[in-house]
Each structure stands twice: as structure tokens, then as C-alpha cells.
Design a protein around this ligand. Structure first.
Ligand SMILES: CN1c2c(nc(N)[nH]c2=O)NC[C@@H]1CNc1ccc(C(=O)N[C@@H](CCC(=O)N[C@@H](CCC(=O)N[C@@H](CCC(=O)O)C(=O)O)C(=O)O)C(=O)O)cc1
Ligand SMILES: N[C@@H](CCS)C(=O)O
Ligand SMILES: [Zn+2]
Length: 769
């Protein structure tokens, strides 16, 4: 290995790849629908990559010093790694060509499924709202270098005049995030295939070296997480083996191992003792570590600019962390703490935000600017960036003292809370009161809340936002939608009806728009999975609810039917998880403020005659800290905030909650502690695995394990649903069981939705007799 070019002084671990106006989403979805061909998709994508390189260089990253990350993905970075190393699940083997390569259409097919071939599973990426495609690895997986896309994209940058730094998920994290393939024997662990995978990474490194790459970034967040289902000693051994092997390759670029999302802790000595040249530390989530042998020989890349949140932060504190880091090694650099894929592009692209709020914020572009500033400070000394440090301190002071950041009425309410505010009445008394109020059949059927968000709904909302239709026209449109959704549910025979959520652009943003203390963005899109994105709201001040906002819709819906209508709210933890939350006070305080705002809405729903209210908490598991020591405190405040939101409800009001998008076994006790009367939970996709955990935990409240995987357009057959119901009833007493889909239906079409719900009802009726 002859390359000795230094690591760039300032860099980012990754950059948003969806485009400032979601150009990638539009191109990919158009390709899927046959609107554009592959060549056009490749052209649009290459244009996006070129624009990103140009932009990063113009914002101050070294164009030829490996500072610009090559972090584009058509869909997901973990799926990219899977197709690069030839880890095609066996059911998709038909997509491979003679040399085992999967083309771009095949890559999308693995992500999305086709006919009877189910897509690979999707799950949360560490403690973020990003979802990755889960690789499936077994003894049969034939690792080989199956794609040179990463090399071609590096060469594309070179042709444009940039020497970039290719980024790929590292081999240890790749295997830790994989699940055993369908044919793997019981007890098989994907990490056991490390020795077979490493030669493929070595070959790829050789190809990148030959193409001229000087540095390559291997992302290893798997090393920081203690929430991974693998013994810590196995993880550490794997890191030692992997980086000894890759570091010993004769023909390779220099290796930068990035460890975002938390501290490396006991994995740091392992990397320090390995032959890698640079180590990326998350110094937002973790502290500057103590010295360990070997660290002084590495470039230490201080992730001091938060890649996971949008606050401008304190540049002076960031610089102090870099100064502390410089005591550990003569070679240090500055970076974002994580990839910037979790934040929107540009604060200056937000016409509706006040200049004052904007001055407190840094989106991806501003963060790159901050990194360029800190890099200059590292090179020329603190005094050289004195003006920028002062400006940052001024903005921070302004933020702390601005009106709305502290609201005495809200604070008086949270500080007066007592234990009784967090508890409902006795469960048995609630069951009796609800039974007589609701008179539901055995195995009651319901849905999770949303019905398809059709193009027409989105168009009507866009027209309303633009001012092309009036509020009253928009409301009438929504009432029509609700009438149709009620008719459909009655026709199908569901027992507890919903209004379908047509008025909501997003289950969190809609709440942010109706609460004080938040602002929302116009263009702040962040990728959630594949081509789907959300605009996380900005929670900057004390939160309260000026007026009821869901009551009108729920009450209107109830006026259309004799059946009970379920009011629909998003819970405090999920509102926090899917927003950018102020970082100037403990999350617990903010969660309680949101909970009280929801508690007010619940009281108003009850007063309007709504007898069932669902408070969704799909993100309860997502926010679970990656470090075991931090988990009990989180579980306490998160559960408490849900209880605070719901504990004002009368005994006869049935409180539901809903969880999805994660593995829930590890938080099952917390779910129980929510004390909801009924909990619907994603289960169909994992064939009811979760019911074993539910049974083992002694869960004795109502439970609706999902019987319809709403992630797929497939209509489940009556037999399939009956089988899932039988499995659930084999573990849980029938008196506790509800029948419902895995999650909301907003991403589905009406045809498949209606057909699936009819099958659910048929299977339920058969199970009732
Ligand atoms: C349940 N999930 C959610 C998560 N996070 C959230 N904040 N919200 C969630 O619901 N995390 C976990 C999961 C992730 N799942 C999803 C599922 C689906 C989407 C999705 O479909 N996103 C849409 C955008 C949704 C939205 O905000 N829509 C707005 C704006 C619509 C729009 O794009 N308008 C057009 C014009 C309209 C037209 O003519 O069609 C425009 O602006 O150009 C709305 O409905 O008003 C997506 O397209 O990606 C995300 C996460
Ligand atoms: N009520 C929401 C929950 C999604 S997690 C919905 O049905 O879409
Ligand atoms: Zn859900």
C-alpha cells in the first residue's frame, strides 16, 4: 500500500441523495411506472450526483482531497452493499445474470418484491427514522463481487474533476444487520460468514485502488450499538478479524472506518489496534474518548457537527472537542457525526420560516459550511474563525431567550404534575365500563386509521396549500372522502370504524401544524425508505394545543354511523421521534408538554362523544438508546409520557395504541406498561412471531396482532389470514384478541385494500363460530 495522501481536514460522512426537490423519487417512481427508461433514470441520477459533488466543493470541501463522499444510493445503502457482494436472496436468484450480477431493475425488485416473491424486509436503521432493506444470509450465500457500481461512480466523479471518497457499509455491520436466510439451519448467525465475505471487500478495495481512490469509508455503526442481537464479544472479535484482514490487503486505498450514532466504547481499542488509517468518532452522542494504545497512529475524525438534528449548535463547543481530540493523535479532522442523509438540504430553501428561526438552524448545506469553518480553524488556529464562533454563540443565545421557547403557562402545568396524573383507573373496572358502553362482538375487527392517500387527496391538499381552492372546498372534499370510507367499512362489516385520516399530510406533521411550539418546512424532505420521504417538523419551543383539531373530523364521522368511531392521535414519543426536537432541555420535559397537549385533545374527543381513541406509538422502539445503560431512563419517560397523555380518559373510554416498523420483543414490558386497553401491533410480516413474546410477558390487555402485511400490494387470502388468527388464538385467550391489519393503509390502493379487508372479515367470521 503506497498511498500516503492525508485524510481531508473537513468532510461529511454522507449527503442527502434524494435531491433538493426529490428528483430521485420522481425519476425512480416514473421508471417503475414505465414513464422513463433505464437510460433516462441513469442520466437523472448521474446529474444529481454531479450536482452534489459541485455543491459540496463550492461549500468548502476539498474537491481533490477525498473530502467529498460518494454516498449516492438509488434506494438504500444496505441493499447496495448486498448486491455489491452478491448476497441475492435465493428467491431472487432468477434476477442474476450468468456471472451472478443483478442489474438496476433487479435491485429494485429485491427491494419491492414481485408476484409471489416477497420483498426483503425493511427495518429501522439504528435509532433513526430511516429504514434499510434487511439482507438475508445463509450458508448458501455465494459472496462474490457482483457489482462495480461503486467503482463506476468513483470514476464518474473523477471524470468530472473530483477525487471523491467511496462510502460503503462495512462488512461487520453488514452481517450484523442481516437476518438468516429462509434455508439457513436453526441457530445460524450471518456473522459466521465473515471470513467468506472479507475477500469480496478486499477485491472491491483493490478495484477502487486501481481506479485511483485514495481513501475509502467503511460505515460500521454496528460497532457502537449494544442493541444488536449478538454477543458483544462476537462483535468485537468480528471487528478485529475484519480490519486486520482488510488492513493487510496489499492493494488498497487507505481505510476510514466511521462509527456513527454513539460512542465506540470497547470497540475503539479494537480499531486502534488494527491497521486502518482513520477512525470516525461520533462526538455528538459520545465523549472524546480516553487514550488507548495505537490511537496516536490514526487520523481521528471528530464527528462534532450533528448529522441527526438541525440545530446550528455551538461551534465553540465543537471546536473545543476537536482540541481535546488533538491530544490523542497528531492527526485529526472534522466531520459530521453521522451521514447528513437524516437532515434536509438547505435552510435557505424555506420561504415560510422566519429569519429568526432560520438563524438557529443548520440543514445539510449549512452543516457542510460549519465543517469547512472548523477545518479552517484546525489548519489556521482558533482565532482564524473567531467571527464564525461569535456568530454561532450569538444565535444560540438568541434562541435560548426568544419568545415561545419558554412558555410559563406550559411550564407551570408540567411542574405541577403528580403521580396520579400518570395513571388511569383499575383495568377490570375499565373493561366492564367499556363492555357495556361499546357492546363489541368477540374478535372485534378494526383498521389502524389511515385509508389510501390517493393522488386525488394529495392533489386537493396541494391545491388548498397553493390557494387554488378555499378552506371550505377542501373541507367538503375531505368530508366526501370520509363518507366514502365509512360506507366502505360498513359494507365490509368492520366493527370499529375510522375516518381514514384524509386531512393529514403526515401523522406527525399534521400535529405539528396544529400545536404551538412547532414550525413545519416546505421543502425539508428527508428519506424515510426507498422513494418515500417525510418532512420532519421543527420542535423549537414549549408545546401546547391552542384549539381542538381532530374533533371536528371524528365527530363528523361518528355522525355518519351507528358503529363506534375510533378517534386517532399520534403519541408523544412518536411526535418527538419524527420531528427535529429542541436540544436545550431533557426530552422528558418536551415529551410531557406534548403529552399534555394530547391530553387536552382526548378530553375534547370524549366530550364530543368519541368512545374509542387510539394514540399511535410506532416509534417507541425506534428511540430506544443504543447503549443498554441508557435504556431504563428512556423507557421510564417514554412510557410515562404516553400514560400522561391518556390517563385523563374516563374508564368507559377505550384507549388503543398501535406499534409497527420494528422488532418489539425487547420493549414488550414497556408496551405493557403503557396500560392501553387495546394494542394493535405489526405481526403478519413476521408470521405472528411477536405473539410468543406477548404471551411470555403475561400481557393481559386487548391485543390486535396484525393479520395483513400492508407493506405489499398482495391481497392475503382468507386461508392465510385464518392461519394467522389460529396462531394468535393458540397463544392468547380469544377474549383479548382483536383482528386488524399490521398498520395504516395510506400507502395502499383502494382495490387491494377493500379485497384484503373483506378477506379479513371472512376469516374472522369463520373464527368466531
Ligand atoms: C409510518 N411512517 C412514518 C414515519 N415518519 C413519519 N413522519 N410519518 C410516517 O407516516 N416513519 C415510519 C413510517 C415510514 N413510512 C412512510 C410511508 C409513506 C411515506 C410517504 O408516502 N411519504 C410521501 C410524502 C407524504 C407527504 O408528506 N405528503 C404531503 C405532500 C405531498 C406531495 O408530495 N405533494 C406534491 C404535490 C401533490 C400532487 O400533485 O401529487 C408535491 O409537493 O410535489 C401531502 O400529502 O400533503 C412521499 O411521497 O414520499 C413516508 C413514510
Ligand atoms: N394511524 C396511522 C398509524 C401509522 S403507524 C395510520 O393508520 O397510518
Ligand atoms: Zn403503523
Amino acid at each position: 500500500m503506497s498511498t500516503t495522501s492525508p485524510f481531508p481536514t473537513g468532510t461529511v460522512l454522507g449527503y442527502p441523495r434524494i435531491g433538493r426537490r426529490r428528483e430521485l423519487k420522481r425519476a425512480v417512481e416514473s421508471f417503475w411506472k414505465g414513464g422513463i427508461d433505464l437510460a433516462e433514470l441513469e442520466r437523472v441520477s448521474a446529474e444529481l450526483r454531479a450536482a452534489t459533488r459541485d455543491r459540496l466543493a463550492s461549500l468548502g470541501l476539498d474537491p481533490v482531497g477525498s473530502a467529498i463522499p460518494e454516498s449516492f444510493s438509488y434506494y438504500d445503502q444496505v441493499l447496495d452493499a448486498a448486491v455489491t457482494v452478491g448476497a441475492t436472496p435465493a428467491r431472487f436468484a432468477y434476477l442474476e445474470d450468468a456471472v451472478g450480477k443483478v442489474d438496476l431493475p433487479g435491485y429494485f425488485t429485491i427491494a419491492r418484491g414481485e408476484d409471489e416473491h416477497l420483498p426483503v424486509e425493511m427495518t429501522k436503521w439504528f435509532d433513526t427514522n430511516y429504514h434499510y432493506s434487511v439482507p438475508e444470509i445463509g450458508p448458501e450465500t455465494n459472496f462474490h463481487l457482483a457489482s462495480d457500481r461503486i467503482v463506476r461512480q468513483f470514476e464518474e466523479g473523477k471524470a468530472q474533476g473530483y477525487l471523491t471518497r467511496p462510502v460503503i457499509v462495512g462488512p461487520v455491520t453488514f452481517l450484523l444487520l442481516s437476518k438468516p436466510s429462509e434455508s439457513a439451519p436453526a441457530g445460524f448467525r450471518p456473522i459466521s460468514r465473515l471470513a467468506d465475505l472479507l475477500p469480496v471487500y478486499t477485491e472491491l478495495l483493490g478495484r477502487l485502488k486501481d481506479a485511483g481512490a485514495e481513501w475509502v469509508q467503511l460505515d460500521e455503526p454496528g460497532l457502537v450499538s449494544e442493541s444488536i442481537d449478538e454477543e458483544r464479544s462476537v462483535v468485537l472479535d468480528a471487528a478485529a478479524v475484519a480490519y486486520q484482514a482488510l488492513g493487510s490487503a496489499i492493494n488498497r486505498p487507505q481505510l476510514f472506518v466511521a462509527a456513527p450514532y454513539a460512542a465506540l466504547d470497547d470497540a475503539l481499542p479494537v480499531l486502534a489496534a488494527s491497521p486502518v488509517e482513520a477512525i470516525g468518532l461520533d462526538l455528538v452522542r459520545g465523549d472524546v474518548p480516553a487514550a488507548v494504545p495505537g490511537l496516536e497512529t490514526k487520523t481521528l475524525v471528530g464527528g462534532v457537527v450533528d448529522g441527526h438534528n438541525v440545530w446550528r449548535g455551538d461551534l465553540g463547543v465543537a471546536f473545543e472537542k476537536l482540541e481535546a481530540l488533538s491530544k490523542l493523535s497528531p492527526s485529526i479532522a472534522v466531520a459530521s457525526s453521522t451521514s447528513l442523509q437524516h437532515v434536509p438540504h438547505d435552510v435557505n430553501d424555506e420561504p415560510n420560516l422566519s429569519d429568526r428561526l432560520k438563524s438557529w438552524l443548520a440543514f445539510a448545506e449549512q452543516k457542510v459550511g460549519q465543517i469547512a469553518t472548523l477545518a479552517r480553524g484546525l489548519e489556521a488556529g482558533r482565532a482564524s474563525i473567531g467571527d464564525e464562533l461569535n456568530a454561532s454563540a450569538t444565535a444560540l443565545a438568541d434562541r435560548l431567550s426568544a419568545p415561545g421557547v419558554k412558555d410559563n403557562t406550559v411550564r407551570a402545568r408540567t411542574s405541577a404534575l403528580t403521580e396520579s396524573d400518570f395513571s388511569r383507573g383499575d383495568y377490570d373496572a375499565r373493561v366492564a365500563a367499556q363492555a357495556s358502553a361499546l357492546n363489541l362482538p368477540d374478535l372485534p375487527t378494526t383498521t389502524i386509521g389511515s385509508f389510501p392517500q390517493t393522488g386525488d387527496i394529495r392533489k386537493a391538499r396541494a391545491a388548498f396549500v397553493k390557494g387554488d381552492i378555499t378552506q371550505e372546498q377542501y373541507n367538503e372534499f375531505l368530508r366526501d372522502e370520509i363518507r366514502n370510507v365509512v360506507d366502505l367499512q360498513e359494507d365490509i362489516g368492520l366493527d370499529v370504524l375510522v375516518h381514514g385520516e384524509p386531512e393529514r399530510n403526515d401523522m406527525v406533521q399534521y400535529f405539528a401544524e396544529n400545536f404551538d411550539g412547532f414550525d413545519v418546512t416546505a421543502n425539508g424532505w428527508v428519506q424515510s425508505y426507498g422513494t418515500r420521504a417525510t418532512r420532519p417538523s421543527l420542535l423549537w419551543g414549549d408545546v401546547s394545543r391552542p384549539a381542538p383539531f381532530t374533533v371536528e373530523w371524528s365527530a363528523f364521522t361518528q355522525s355518519l354511523t351507528e358503529k363506534p368511531v375510533k378517534g386517532m392521535l399520534t403519541g408523544p414519543v412518536t411526535i418527538l421521534a419524527w420531528s427535529f426536537v429542541r436540544d436545550d432541555q431533557p426530552l422528558e420535559e418536551t415529551a410531557n408538554q406534548v403529552a399534555l397537549a394530547l391530553r387536552d385533545e382526548i378530553a375534547d374527543l370524549e366530550a364530543a362523544g368519541i368512545g374509542i381513541i387510539q394514540v399511535d406509538e410506532p416509534a417507541l422502539r425506534e428511540l430506544l438508546p443504543l447503549k443498554v445503560a441508557d435504556q431504563p431512563e428512556y423507557l421510564k419517560w417514554s412510557v410515562d409520557s404516553f400514560r400522561l397523555a391518556t390517563a385523563g380518559a374516563a374508564d368507559a373510554t377505550q384507549i388503543h395504541t398501535h406499534l409497527c416498523y420494528s422488532e418489539f420483543g425487547v420493549v414488550i414490558d414497556a408496551i405493557r406498561a403503557l396500560d392501553a386497553d387495546v394494542t394493535s401491533i405489526e405481526a403478519a410480516r413476521s408470521k405472528m412471531d411477536v405473539v410468543h413474546d406477548i404471551k411470555a410477558s403475561g400481557f393481559d390487555h386487548g391485543i390486535g396482532p396484525g393479520v395483513y402485511d400492508i407493506h405489499s400490494p398482495r391481497v392475503p387470502s382468507v386461508d392465510e389470514i385464518s392461519e394467522l388468527i389460529t396462531t394468535a388464538l393458540g397463544e392468547i385467550p380469544a377474549s383479548q384478541v382483536w383482528i386488524n391489519p399490521d398498520c395504516g393503509l395510506k400507502t395502499r390502493g383502494y382495490d387491494e385494500t377493500a379485497a384484503s379487508l373483506r378477506n379479513i372479515l371472512e376469516a374472522t367470521r369463520a373464527a368466531r363460530v
